[in-house]
Every structure is written in C-alpha cells, then in structure tokens.
Design a protein around this ligand. Structure first.
Ligand SMILES: *Cc1c(COP(=O)(O)O)cnc(C)c1O
Length: 395
C-alpha cells in the first residue's frame, strides 16, 4: 500500500516537500498507525494543528453533524457558527477586537498586512506602508507573507516582491528602523519555524509601549502560538500585551483549514476591502467551535496546566540526561525545543526517533521541536519519552 501511495505521489504531486516514507491511516489522540500497522506517538500534532488530538470525538461529532446540515453557502449571508466563533475568540482573548476568517496562516497574515496598509493610508498625508519583521521569522508562503518572512534564503527565485518589508536582527533593533513610512511591526512572540525562540517578555512590553506612542501597529503572528499552545489562550495574554492585530490558524480548527485575523481597528475595512470564498464557512467554524469547547473545558479543569507541567518536567529530565547532544531547552507550554549541537545530530535524532515510533519535528537553529496535541495523556507522554530515550541511547 505504501509503495502505491509513494509512486502516485511521485508521479502526480509537485515535489515541494522532502517527504518521509510513511503514510498514516488512523489516529487516536497522540497515537498514530501507519499503513504497515506500526504505531507511533505523535509529538508533532500535524505541526501544531491537531491541537485536540487525532479523531477527537467531540470535534468529529460536531463536524459530521454540521456537514449533514450545511457545509458552505458563501459570505454573502449571515453564518451562525462563524459569528459564534468570532464571539468566542474575541471574548476569550480579552481584547476589544473583530475577526475576519480565511483558510490558512499565510492568508491570515495577508489580512494583517492589508489592515496595516489601509491604516497607513490617511488622506492628504504621505502613505505609511513599511512593516518591520524579525530575522528568523516565518509568516507563510504566499508572495507577500514570504517577503514578510525574515529569512533571505527563502526569497530566492520568486521576486519581484511587494515593497516595504524591513528586517530587524533582534527586537532591540526595531525602534532604530522606524521611519516616517513605518506603519506596523509584525512579530511571533515565540518564533516557531525559526527554532522555538521566545522573545523576552519585558522587551516585548517595552516594544508595545513604544509602538503605541508612535502610532505604529503591533501585529502578532500567533498562527503557531495561538489557542492555548503556550499555556494561555493567546501568547499575547501570556506576554501581557494588547496588540493591534493578531493572526491565528494552525490549532484553531483541529485539522480543518481555518485562519483568523483579528484587530482592534474594528472600522478598518468596509465591504469589498477584503474577502474569501471559503473563509469562515460552516464546516471550519463548526470545527473551531468544537475545538474551543474541548480546550476551554480542558483548561478550566486544570488538566491542561497539569499536562504542560508534566511535559516540561519530563522533557527537562531528558535534556539533562543528554547534555552531550543538546545545548539548550527552549519554549513554553506544548511548544518546546531542544537545541541539538549540530544539524547532523538533529537529523539523526529525528530519523532514529521515527524508527523507535515517536514523531518529532525540526525547526531553525538546529532545534528538535515538540508540538504534541494539547490533550496528550500522561501515558502517551511516558510512552513517547521512553521511545525517544531509546532513540537517543542508540545514537
Ligand atoms: C505555519 C505558520 C504560518 C503559515 O501558515 P500556513 O497555514 O502554512 O499558511 C505563518 N506564521 C507562523 C508563525 C506559522 O507558524
């Protein structure tokens, strides 16, 4: 079966991914089964997407019930689960904002960039359009989100790009880069793809205050950090800031594509300024509402914080045991990394872990990245760390 899948994939799908030769057929919370019947512990949750675990019964039921009634009817009409989803996200965030729904992280960030560009347009004045982002950032793969991404290596081939993106080497450099044309700063509070690198909380708070004073928008890309991944509903809550724009995607729909841009500039768009055919349809927002049901209850019961503490404790133990392979333990909540001593070690760890039946990710700065489902059980964590230890011991 795997061979058939592989040959079709190689013949008909563009080779944009360096795929591993595994195909999964089913999953239950943090456990997965492949075509050969081998079982894995999933410390990746589909890159932070399947936040409520594989085959979550609450989300499955909500999706099935919704598609049995109505799946999609376009944004020309009022959509109950979309309105409900917006209300819940806004209320949970604690920010006075409104939402727009798209289908991915990149699309959410495109929305954020459009908000900034429109905000910079004030009649009779020089337009402000520049957006400052950070080196090692990741904001998505569309042409504009790619240009916003502060990784020069990703800018080969695809130019010319939209103008107006400026990269700061670190948060300390941002203020010095602001000029009369700067309209926004876009940051991840914990850089995900860039290596699970959290920004310093005090520095972020000082940045937020400085930007407010200069009327430059603070836009936080929470595509990876959002919806309890770092412990709070949003990483912005954890950092104690009030951004002007926040984007969400990965964990929101439990595997159903959805992206959200939310902003305190509630009057920025008029009808026709922005849109999306699929964005916020019945399917994706019903799924998101079910994900929120599951995670809100999990957080309120104290189980989420318990699981976070256990995962952190176990990961730190493993880090201490293998100081020969790793130089640092980084991250928050269920978004964590171990910095490998070099790229070769990282590749060998990931391959060996897979052999032993545990899935882990890589990220920038030679980071072994962990993004387990937020609902991962203690048994699943134990099993995953046991397998990972077996893999590390074999290196
Ligand atoms: C994954 C990611 C994106 C891109 O999301 P897509 O859904 O792949 O477009 C953007 N920003 C951050 C921080 C991400 O982690």
């Amino acid at each position: 079966m795997l061979d058939t899948i592989k040959s079709m994939d190689e013949q008909f799908v563009l080779p944009t991914y360096a795929r591993q030769d595994i195909a999964f057929v089913s999953g239950e919370n943090a456990r997965l089964k492949d075509t050969e019947g081998k079982e894995y512990i999933d410390f990746t949750s589909g890159i932070g997407v399947v936040s409520v675990g594989h085959g979550n019964p609450v989300v499955t039921k909500a999706i099935c019930e919704q598609v049995g009634r109505i799946t999609h009817i376009s944004n020309l009409y009022r959509i109950e689960p979309q309105a409900e989803c917006a209300r819940r996200i806004v209320e949970r965030s604690g920010y006075d904002m409104k939402c727009f729904f798209g289908n991915s992280g990149a699309e959410a960030n495109e929305g954020a960039i459009k908000i900034a560009r429109k905000y910079g347009e004030v009649d009779g004045q020089v337009k402000r359009y520049k957006i400052i982002t950070l080196e090692h950032s990741f904001h998505g793969r569309t042409i504009t989100a790619l240009k916003a991404t502060g990784q020069e290596a990703m800018h080969n081939y695809f130019g010319p790009f939209p103008d107006g993106f400026v990269y700061a080497k670190s948060i300390d450099e941002i203020e010095g880069l602001i000029d009369d044309h700067t309209v926004a700063v876009m940051i991840e509070l914990v850089q995900g793809e860039g290596g699970v690198q959290p920004l310093d909380r005090e520095k972020v708070q000082a940045l937020a205050a400085m930007l407010k004073a200069k009327d430059v928008l603070l836009m936080v890309d929470e595509v990876q950090t959002g919806i309890y991944r770092t412990g709070e509903f949003l990483a912005s809550n954890l950092y104690g800031i009030e951004p002007d724009v926040i984007t969400l995607a990965k964990g929101v729909g439990g595997g159903v594509p959805i992206g959200v841009v939310m902003t305190a500039k509630k009057d920025i768009f008029a009808p026709g300024d922005h849109g999306s055919t699929f964005g916020g349809n019945y399917l994706s927002t019903a799924a998101a509402n079910a994900v929120l049901d599951v995670l809100e209850a999990y957080k309120e019961s104290g189980k989420l914080d318990e699981a976070f503490l256990y995962f952190e404790t176990e990961l730190k133990k493993l880090f201490e045991e293998y100081r020969g392979l790793f130089t640092d333990a980084v991250g928050f909540g269920m978004m964590r990394g171990l910095r490998a001593k070099d790229a070769d070690t990282l590749a060998r760890v990931i391959a060996k872990a897979r052999e032993e039946g545990v899935l882990v990710l890589k990220a920038g700065r030679n980071t072994l990245r962990f993004l387990p489902p937020l609902t991962i059980s203690r048994e699943e964590m134990d099993e995953g760390f046991t397998r990972l230890r077996r893999a590390l011991a074999a290196l």
